[in-house]
Design a protein around this ligand. Structure first.
Ligand code: KMT
Ligand code: NI
Length: 179
């Protein structure tokens, strides 16, 4: 089950939890309000026949799918990719990930620049809205396997911060303000 907390961004090992002392947890409703992130829990042992997943994909137009395994053995240019994932960026489209196995952290900026760290585990499916500043890291287990979905032809290109003038950023800010 996904868990989120305010991140203590103290510059130490990115694979650690980085909770504040005491921890400040952010529940799913608050996460949605502060960032626009959506979350579903879907049993990854039976996802191929899961009706809820089928419905979500249909409603949200997630036509494309593939799978990514992030381990040193499985992912070509592993170290370089991890650096790219952990560089603060946005995308012009939603980033949709469904964790089949393993775990990791998505860090997302809320509207006052606070990093919220989201721990994703097996069965967690999350959608980061287009235009949100974010990054990803493995945790100390160094392993995640995830499905990637996309609306139409995938564009994985990260647009590194600063990207404040990017149309997806502008549109994200507008949506969050109007909420
Ligand atoms: C990304 O774009 O950050 C990734 O695909 C890595 C995370 S997948 C759980
Ligand atoms: Ni990204």
């Amino acid at each position: 089950m996904v868990q989120a907390w305010i991140m203590n961004d103290d510059g130490t090992d990115q694979r650690l939890e980085h909770k504040t002392d005491p921890p400040q947890y952010v529940d799913l409703d608050e996460l949605k309000k502060r960032t626009g992130i959506m979350y579903w829990e879907i049993d990854s042992d039976t996802y191929e026949t899961n009706e809820e997943l089928k419905q979500i994909r249909k409603e949200r137009g997630y036509s494309y799918e593939d799978e990514i395994t992030i381990t040193e053995q499985a992912l070509p240019n592993y170290h370089e990719k991890l650096k790219i994932f952990f560089t603060e960026h946005l995308h012009s489209d939603e980033e949709i990930r469904y964790i089949l196995d393993g775990s990791g952290y998505f860090d997302v900026r809320d509207s006052d620049e606070t990093w919220i760290r989201i721990k994703v585990d097996k069965n967690d499916m999350i959608t980061l809205p287009a235009g949100i500043y974010h990054r990803f890291t493995l945790d100390d287990k160094n392993y995640v396997k995830a499905k990637r979905y996309f609306v139409g032809e995938p564009v994985w290109t990260p647009i590194n911060r600063p990207a404040d003038e990017h149309p997806a950023r502008q549109s994200y800010i507008k949506t969050m303000k109007g909420q």
